[in-house]
Design a protein around this ligand. Structure first.
Ligand code: FMN
Length: 193
């Protein structure tokens, strides 16, 4: 069993989403010790923007191929996804641009698009300063909604969000958001056990 762990927050040790992905991976590996974990820190080692590569032996082409193979090989993918300006960090978007590949993770048929990256479990640790799950800002959520759409497009139907929102709305709100996220994580591994 392979687990791919992705972080994208630029806030290092202060990051909420990093804390959540760490707890998720710890819980999954506790209940499923046979997991082989690979880790990508997209903030510390950015993968660069996708661009067409003429030379398959160039460093950019080799990295792009490695990112795609690593994603395809994973049974479970844990993604740390902070909200930046209503969407995902550009570091995470750059990684997505490398793994959404025609003929590899999706294809078009006469009936429309078909996702090819089927059978994976994806868990997204979502952190955001405000509240978007209800209330007036719901329509401005281009982070979780985008991830659900793009991952669905490539065939992922098993997607869970561990959400800590309202992080910037005071200490009490933040503490409650973290408590609720960690409670969700606590029951997460049982499914894989
Ligand atoms: C560059 C940047 C942009 C942000 N944009 C938003 C935003 O549009 N909406 C929001 O609610 N919070 C926004 N925030 C707050 C973060 O979503 C929040 O601090 C979250 O905890 C970040 O995840 P992290 O702690 O894992 O880095 C932004 C933070 C940064 C650094």
């Amino acid at each position: 069993m392979k687990l791919l762990h992705i972080d994208a927050s630029a806030l290092g040790n202060h990051s909420v989403s990093r804390g959540l992905t760490q707890a998720i991976v710890a819980e999954l590996t506790r209940t499923e010790p046979s997991y082989a974990v690979s880790y990508r820190d997209l903030a510390v080692e950015p993968v660069g923007h996708w661009s067409p590569v003429a030379d398959a032996s160039s460093p950019a082409a080799i990295l792009g191929q490695a990112l795609l193979e690593e994603f395809l090989a994973a049974d479970t993918v844990v993604i740390g996804a902070p909200m930046y300006n209503f969407g995902v960090p550009s570091q995470l978007k750059a990684w997505i641009d490398h793994i959404v590949v025609a003929g590899k993770t999706f294809r078009y048929t006469a009936e429309g698009p078909e996702g090819l990256a089927k059978g994976k479990r994806v868990i997204v640790a979502s952190s955001r300063g405000g509240v978007y799950s209800n209330g007036p800002a719901t329509a401005m959520d281009f982070q979780e909604n985008y991830l659900r759409a793009v991952l669905g497009f490539i065939g992922i139907t098993d997607i869970e969000f561990v959400r800590a929102e309202g992080i910037a709305m005071g200490d009490e709100h933040k503490a409650k958001a973290l408590e609720s996220a960690h409670a969700t994580i606590g029951s997460m591994g049982r499914r894989a056990a």
